[in-house]
Ligand binder design. Sequence first.
Ligand code: NI
Length: 173
Amino acid sequence: MSIQKIFKFPEPVLRQKTENISLFDDNLAKLVQDMAETMYDAPGVGLAAPQIGRSVKLIVVDITKDKEGEPQHMPLVNPEIVAHEGTQIDEEGCLSVIDLTATVKRHKKISVAYQDLQGQAQELSAEDRFAVVLQHEIDHLNGILFIDHLSPLKRALYKKKVKKWQREEEDPS
Ligand code: NI
């Protein structure tokens, strides 16, 4: 297992359409382990493969129930939202979008179809915060970042800030 580099906006890999996963082998299991380790190191509660530069349909989410116990993660391969209802507004941030949190409107409840690490078809229902995390991570697989859900003004301000940081990195004087 090893901690991977997290790609940050505006890296192009975060905007790419991801490939379906069809091989359920040891390499996939290892990728999941790396993603879980990277997520907990950050720390975060969800991570999508493009965030470590892998353009495939895979997300890992934290499902730890007991805060005292061992952290527990869950991989979802080729996940897709198949049903949704209601709306909720909650605060979001992203390990790939540094120094920004903002409120985003999401579905309140969702059903997600996915495959497990053995390639078996599964479905789960989620609501509230867990539904937010899943929608946020599944967005990553379609090249969508939470800033895309903000107003054009807020998004423009953030992009301006990132450009300023990039200029400062190039010319630290
Ligand atoms: Ni994110």
